[in-house]
Design a binder for this molecule. Structure first.
Ligand code: G3H
Ligand code: ZN
Length: 287
């Protein structure tokens, strides 16, 4: 069923596990993520960046696709459809359309404006039972044209943001979008702990989940992270499996060029990665 993320993340925080939030790009990704969650009997978040939603034909298409696939695939685990790194107008649009969760990312705005807009999104979202994620202190790296500098979030700003009534908070703690550089210092657990203490028990979100070692993931969960975003790793395994299929000449055998065959190895690879990450995050069996 399509549900808001508030309850699933609250349960995750209490149960000391995290829910994976996987970015989708198309039909294959969406099926792969739903399949992985169902096979793991796990709650899941499917998220669209603004760019991916545009690519897929708009938010309405994304909403209809997820909703209809839940029915046609017989998905019984809780699924939240979430807007990832949304601008203010995009967040409002998704609330209108039926997304069950939105991220309003005002981290690039002056802080007061970020707070004001967050309050407004919360009011409109909560009126429809939609959960809200906001961000303080930007996350490093680049995702779909959204560039962040990667500084550590200020706990006082996190506290102020939490008081707007948001449901979960994304805060920079040394995490970076895309792959991590050789000389990455790792997550700042001191900062994570400081933030967790002042946000009224709200779940925290770890962006840039691709490439963080398991021990750091587990420690972050133990300190209050309940949602972990994974995008780049899904893209990497999809590309690698597709490359292998083509390099082995399978597209040239029989009807191997049929897109339903050509895209199958990549789709299976995404399902397998989703299942593996669900195990890492500990949400398997928690549906
Ligand atoms: O918002 C999405 C994520 O933060 C994805 O980060 O591409 O490094 O896994 P990633
Ligand atoms: Zn992100």
């Amino acid at each position: 069923a399509l549900v808001s993320a508030t309850e699933m993340l609250k349960k995750a925080k209490e149960g000391k596990y995290a829910v994976g939030a996987f970015n989708t790009n198309n039909l294959e990704w969406t099926k792969a993520i739903l399949q992985g969650a169902q096979e793991s009997n796990s709650p899941v978040m499917i998220q669209t960046s603004m760019g991916a939603a545009k690519y897929m034909g708009g938010y309405q298409v994304c909403y209809d696709l997820v909703k209809d696939l839940i029915d046609s695939m017989g998905i019984t685990v809780p699924v939240a459809l979430h807007l990832d790194h949304g601008e203010y107008e995009d967040a409002l649009k998704c609330i209108e359309i039926g997304y069950t969760s939105v991220m309003f990312d005002g981290s690039h705005l002056p802080f007061e404006e970020n707070l004001e807009k967050a309050k407004d999104v919360v009011a409109k979202a909560h009126a429809k039972g939609v959960s809200v994620e906001c961000e303080v202190g930007s996350i490093g790296g680049e995702e779909d044209g959204v560039i962040g500098s990667g500084e550590l979030a200020d706990p006082a700003e996190c506290k102020a943001m939490s008081e707007t009534g948001i449901d979960f908070l994304a805060a920079g703690i040394g995490n970076i979008h895309g792959s991590y550089p050789e000389n990455w210092a790792g997550l700042s657990f001191d900062r994570l702990a400081e933030i967790a203490e002042v946000i009224d028990g709200k779940p925290m979100v770890l962006h840039g989940g691709s490439g963080i070692p398991l021990d750091q993931i587990q420690k972050a969960i133990s300190l209050g992270v309940s949602k972990i975003n994974v995008n780049t790793e899904c893209q990497e395994v999809f590309a690698a499996a597709t490359r292998k299929y083509i390099e082995e000449g399978k597209d040239l055998e029989g009807k191997g060029f049929d897109p339903r065959k050509l895209l199958a190895p990549g789709t299976t690879a995404v399902t397998e990665l989703v299942k593996e990450r669900i195990q890492w995050f500990g949400s398997n069996g928690k549906a």
